[in-house]
Design a protein around this ligand. Sequence first.
Ligand code: NAD
Length: 381
Amino acid sequence: MRNLQLQFEDENYPVWIGVRCLDEIISNLCEIRASSYHLISDRTVSQLHAGVLCQQLSTQTLANLWVVGNGESFKSLKTVEHLAQQMVEAGIDRGSVIVAVGGGVVGNLAGLIAALLFRGIRLVHVPTTLIAAADSVASLKQAVNLSVGKNLMGCFHKPTAVLIDLNFLRTLPAAQIRSGMYEIIKNALTVATENIPLLESGLKSDANYSDTELMVIVEAGLLAKQKVMKADKCERKEALIFEYGHTVGHAIELAAEGRVPHGEAVGLGMIVAAEVASRLGRLSEADQSLHHRLLRRNGLTVRLPAGVTVAAVMSLLRTDNKRGYVSARPDQVAMILLDSLGVPAGPVGKPLILVDASLVQSCIEDCLIGIKDVAVEESPQ
Ligand code: NAD
């Protein structure tokens, strides 16, 4: 397995990446020497991968599998409390390890349980989606949702290790691979512009990537985040840039009630952010066009998802979790914008711009209800 060490100021942890490496994952887990292992997974992943992992791990040590429902609606304090209660009844102790086997939802949920149980026990991520493998495991943030907004209840908790078997990603539907690729595109547009040529030539709308390509994509995702997060472990300064596209994206994701993958919502959020920056005279036409080209190449339909209204999105924007970083009037939205590719708008260390809500609304209406069509010039290949 390949090894990367992720650094977050004074904290670090290893990421091991391999293909068809279940045995190595099990021996890595056993080396941690936990009093018991508590795998948390969702319904789909438990049947595909976590069940087998737990079964094989149980031949060597004490392991339990806890299964939650699929999707964002289970990323809640209710699930945290319910699971923690059951785990305590089953004998979990301070020497136990929580193992998150699943996508970003399971990772965040398990991360928060590990952080809160006994005021903090060890956590290992075994990510099974591209978003989780290439993005969310490279963060100390753990959070669950409230009905009024995403990721509003949480804390920071460092995993002990991240163990990735790219073979687990093989069972993902193409839409979920594309969902992860939106975060990789976001990283390229914001902090890793050197990856843009790779994306220009390598993005596939059918999301059919080889093991070697997936390895490159996952490493590129993790290393892009590292560029900034090694000096901002709490993601409250420069690393806020990774929230690019997330202001409107989170609102769309919540309004769609689980029907739109996280990354796709962020893709739509980036379309709106680029339009806002363009109207404010910040982003050039060519850079905006690149946004559209990469996102469409990854299969994005530039349209508000069915059943999602502009009014619902605007209302949800009022509870965005970036509120308070800068003091905004009720009719303003704090957004991450770009001045150009790789250059965040706003003061150094606080890449946030206050935008009139009416401008955001107009950009959503024009870009996502289909009035405005941005030219998508083909790049020279
Ligand atoms: P997810 O965990 O809901 O997974 C998406 C779907 O894929 C689910 O239905 C799941 O059952 C299914 N799935 C997972 N692995 C599979 C596999 N190998 N084969 C087949 N199906 C599989 O969502 P996600 O897109 O992985 O993550 C999104 C979540 O991650 C959001 O809640 C977001 O807030 C969070 N996130 C957190 C951070 C962070 O910094 N902590 C960063 C990015 C995203």
